[in-house]
Design a protein around this ligand. Structure first.
Ligand SMILES: [Fe+2]
Ligand SMILES: [Fe+2]
Length: 251
């Protein structure tokens, strides 16, 4: 007798939340209503904005299958030096250290730089030298990074701009234009899932990805959320006006 393994199909995947609870609340609700069966989080839960505890507690309530560590999470824990960050980012990490609950800091301590689930790989920044927090955007870097992971697809964050890079059997890599894609079994993929809490692609809408691992369908989703409230809280907390303003333009 044969049994068909009913493997997870529908993943909700998100990254770079950066203590923005308004955006994370909107994304969690949307992923749920789209029928996500499992959640994957690609790091940078904290930094920049004013609700680290609320964000970590909401993400914990999703019971994500895997979460990887981002550079802001690592900096909060003292594992990446603040000298690697610009001033508003470093100030926000310092602020977060004095405002986060100990149990939520402990939640971050156990996260790893890389995770995998079968043919799916997860990193925050890049498969190549994940601990160096490279920004993976250029054509040459993408081509090189396809050599540094095994399996069909690698999801990553850190860049705050969503895109899908496809590698064909002959090794050539191209960026797909579509936001909704039927992935090809003979190709491999590097997918940036964008940023929940601070989009930087000239679009202030929050961002996440839905991935059906059986049908091989992938969708980049954008969603309105209440960034005015996030911006007000940023200022009320004494955090940078620059960080508050960029939410409104997505830059
Ligand atoms: Fe980030
Ligand atoms: Fe990052």
């Amino acid at each position: 007798m044969f049994f068909v393994l009913n493997w997870v199909m529908r993943y909700g995947i998100f990254s770079d939340i950066h203590s923005n609870i308004e955006a994370m609340t909107a994304v969690a609700k949307a992923m749920r209503s789209e029928g996500a069966q499992e959640y994957l989080c690609l790091g940078d839960l904290v930094g920049y904005y004013a609700n680290p505890d609320e964000v970590i507690e909401l993400i914990a309530s999703l019971n994500c299958w895997k979460i990887v560590m981002g550079n802001h999470d690592s900096a909060l824990l003292g594992r990446t030096p603040l000298s690697k960050f610009n001033q508003p980012a470093a100030d926000a990490i310092t602020w977060t250290r004095t405002h986060i609950k100990p149990q939520n800091q402990r939640f971050l301590e156990d996260l790893r730089l890389r995770e995998e689930i079968g043919e799916i790989q997860l990193v925050h920044s890049s498969p190549f030298q994940s601990e160096e927090w490279h920004y993976l955007t250029g054509q040459e870097d993408l081509e090189r990074n396809f050599r540094y992971f095994q399996g069909f697809i690698c999801f990553f964050g850190h860049v705050h701009k969503p895109f899908i890079a496809e590698q064909r059997g002959n090794g050539s890599v191209r960026i797909l234009e579509e936001q909704e894609c039927q992935l090809q079994k003979e190709c491999r993929y590097l997918v940036n899932v964008g940023s929940v809490g601070q989009p930087r692609d000239n679009n202030p809408k929050t961002c996440y990805v839905m991935y059906d691992s059986t049908a091989k369908k992938l969708s980049i989703r954008r969603l309105d959320y209440d960034y005015e409230t996030t911006a007000q809280k940023t200022l009320a907390a004494g955090l940078s006006d620059f960080l508050a303003q960029r939410l409104k333009t997505g830059k």
